[in-house]
Design a protein around this ligand. Structure first.
Ligand SMILES: NC(=O)c1ccc[n+]([C@@H]2O[C@H](COP(=O)([O-])OP(=O)(O)OC[C@H]3O[C@@H](n4cnc5c(N)ncnc54)[C@H](OP(=O)(O)O)[C@@H]3O)[C@@H](O)[C@H]2O)c1
Length: 337
């Protein structure tokens, strides 16, 4: 049995981590903590009543490090880089759900997250936790940077094309839509029910912090610098991300060629489902699951790839557990089906 800790239990991804891990046959949750929230987990999240006696404490490294072999750090970006170094120093494995270890270039991090990176020492050691692309590195990693929710859907949508046909691409536009839980469980005026419900809006157009993450890993795949146009939207749903990716090709590709390419690329990937030509993914088909559904349409030089995930599952906690399974030698889908 692996002893695991969840830092950030009072948040949405922390809560979902606990739900998954309570049903995971190879782990025992031995520590839960938060920033300021304290008390019985069953009081913080009443859905756990009768299911756990865990008590949430304010995070304290010297206490926590003796209780677990692996920690999920599910705290806001800029906070993890103050917590994770101590865990690594204590020889613990870490799956970080924040953005703090995703961008290898600390200047790019500073530009997009507004603060200097505080843990440049561990930055080179992190492995980007997208199992479909970096499985073998994840298996050996002590620190996994779990991808962002928008980047997970975008990179999976584009990976087969970027890895094999990047020279054919003239431009990429990503129109992304997310449910409100994507912003976490904090109180923000624009996220309260009467503001977000019955409303649809773009936000952080061309300046969302996930754009450099998407570019960095698409560039790595294609072997050259990739730029994208990225516009996210807030939709009045609790969960779910749908991304519509418009790819201007330099020369036409047939529907059959695209379908074969994607099927072949993801042939052995349990959590990526390629839909038949003519079918499009829907958020409701992936809600509560760790799947990413991908569809497409092509006409002349315009290729449209669509992808849907649950922002808190494949976009956060589900993928984090998938990464833990790989790091610890468990079956990759344990707890996720
Ligand atoms: N929501 C998503 O769909 C999603 C998807 C992908 C990635 N992520 C990333 O995952 C991380 C967690 O997201 P979330 O949506 O679960 O956030 P959230 O609902 O806002 O929860 C944040 C959690 O972090 C805790 N926390 C804050 N500062 C802390 C500190 N200094 N030490 C210990 N705990 C601290 C909070 O505790 P208190 O309540 O006591 O302050 C809370 O439990 C974020 O970095 C986010 O960007 C989220």
């Amino acid at each position: 049995m692996l002893n695991v800790g969840i830092i950030g239990i009072s948040g949405y991804s922390g809560k979902l981590l606990l739900k998954i891990l309570l049903n995971h046959k190879d782990v025992r949750v031995t520590h839960v903590s938060a920033g300021t929230t304290t008390g019985k987990v069953s009081d913080i999240h009443p859905e756990f009543a009768g299911k756990t006696r865990l008590v949430c404490e304010k995070f304290n490294l010297s206490k926590a490090k003796n209780l677990c072999d692996l920690f999920f750090v599910a705290v806001p970006h800029t906070k993890s880089m103050s917590i994770t170094p101590g865990l690594l120093k204590a020889k613990k494995m870490v799956v970080d759900l924040s953005a703090d270890y995703r961008l290898k270039n600390s200047s790019v991090y500073k530009k997009w997250y507004g603060v200097a990176h505080k843990d440049k020492k561990n930055l080179p050691k992190s492995v980007y936790g997208l199992p479909e692309l970096y499985r073998e590195e994840i298996k050996k990693a002590k620190l996994v940077a779990n991808p962002g929710c928008y980047p997970t859907a975008a990179i999976l949508a584009l990976a087969p094309l970027m890895a094999t046909h990047s020279k054919k691409i003239a431009s990429i536009i990503i129109d992304a839509k997310s449910g409100v839980s994507g912003a976490g469980r904090k109180t923000v005026l624009s996220l309260i029910y009467s503001e977000a419900n019955e409303n649809l809006k773009a936000y952080k157009a061309l300046c969302h912090q996930h754009a450099p993450e998407i570019c960095a890993y698409l560039s790595r795949l294609s072997g050259k610098k990739v730029d994208i146009t990225f516009v996210p939207h807030l939709i009045p749903m609790n969960y779910g991300i749908l991304e519509t990716v418009y790819i201007q090709l330099k020369s036409p590709m047939t529907a059959q060629k695209i379908y074969s390419l994607y099927q072949k690329f993801y042939k052995t990937e349990e959590f990526v489902r390629i839909l038949k030509p003519g079918c499009q993914p829907e958020t409701k088909n992936v809600t509560g699951t760790n799947y990413c559904d991908i569809g497409f349409a092509v006409k002349n030089n315009m290729l449209v790839i669509t992808s849907a995930i649950d922002n808190l599952m494949k976009g956060a906690s589900g993928q984090a557990v998938q990464n833990m399974n790989l790091m610890c030698g468990f079956k990759e889908n344990t707890g996720l089906l």
